[in-house]
Design a protein around this ligand. Structure first.
Ligand SMILES: O=c1ccn([C@@H]2O[C@H](COP(=O)(O)O)[C@@H](O)[C@H]2O)c(=O)[nH]1
Length: 245
């Protein structure tokens, strides 16, 4: 079981959705025994600044820089190049930016990392946000068809552009795995243990369901960080994951 707990720890990404470096470092120290990767999203990055990545890495964990770049290829490439210099282990962009943007981002990140002698971060594309349900997708966003088909198409686009994987709901993990293969990274937010509330997340699964579906990484924020005792919550989630590994 100890081996399975270790494997589960490597797959758990904690979303540090807080406003200061101090809070982020304190959470990282507390949760590092249970999670191998910590996610710096827009709230933390824009509040605390780029240096926060270094402070989190100093705790001996990996960092997923979740800034979801989406613009014209040149702009994204220049931004991705700047981010690659921060030492993050995973960087992401939006698949909706299209092949030229995806390729420009991946090339810029890999070249910059090589120049600095850093390991190349995984470059990942966000498909359809986990907060979007079928009604919003069709009626508000004006997109036709099923979410699952769009996710599948964007996952293939991402793979063909040479990126390392996607962000999607764990509900789409099986179909992505089928078409993109075993090596393709599938990062899944929208994780809700049975004892937590879904809130703004719409396409959700439990930690055990997401692992069973084949997700590479599970992103968990509020079900851990929003509780009175984040370490206990993280331990429970780790246990749920390990039981099906
Ligand atoms: O489709 C997406 C892409 C990114 N996220 C991010 O993951 C975490 C989830 O946090 P919870 O508190 O567990 O809901 C959050 O930082 C999002 O920005 C996502 O949820 N869905």
């Amino acid at each position: 079981m100890e081996n399975k707990i270790q494997r589960a720890r490597e797959k758990l990404i904690v979303a540090l959705d807080v406003a200061s470096t101090e809070e982020a470092v304190a959470l990282t120290r507390q949760l590092a025994p249970y999670a191998g990767v910590f996610k710096v999203g827009m709230q933390l990055f824009y509040s605390a600044g780029p240096e926060v990545v270094r402070h989190i890495k100093e705790q001996g964990v990996k960092v997923f820089l979740d800034l979801k770049l989406h613009d014209i290829p040149n702009t994204v490439a220049q931004a991705a190049k700047a981010l690659a210099g921060l030492g993050a282990d995973i960087i992401n962009v939006h698949a909706a930016g299209g092949t030229a943007m995806l390729q420009a981002a991946a090339q810029a990140v890999r070249e910059r990392a090589a120049t600095l002698g850093l390991p190349a971060p995984l470059v990942i594309a966000v498909t359809v946000l986990t907060s979007i349900d079928q009604r919003t997708f069709n009626q508000e966003m004006g997109l036709t068809g099923e979410i699952e088909d769009r996710v599948k198409a964007w996952a293939l686009l991402t793979r063909d552009a040479g990126l390392d994987g996607v962000v999607a709901s764990p509900r789409e993990t099986s179909v992505i795995r089928q078409v993109c293969g075993e090596e393709f990274a599938i990062i899944t937010p929208g994780i809700r243990p049975a004892w937590s509330v879904s809130g703004d997340q719409k396409r959700i699964m439990t930690p055990a369901q997401a692992i069973s579906a084949g997700s590479t990484y599970l992103v968990v924020g509020r079900p851990i960080t929003g509780t009175d005792n984040p370490a206990v919550a993280a331990q429970k989630i780790l246990q749920e994951m390990a039981e099906v590994l």
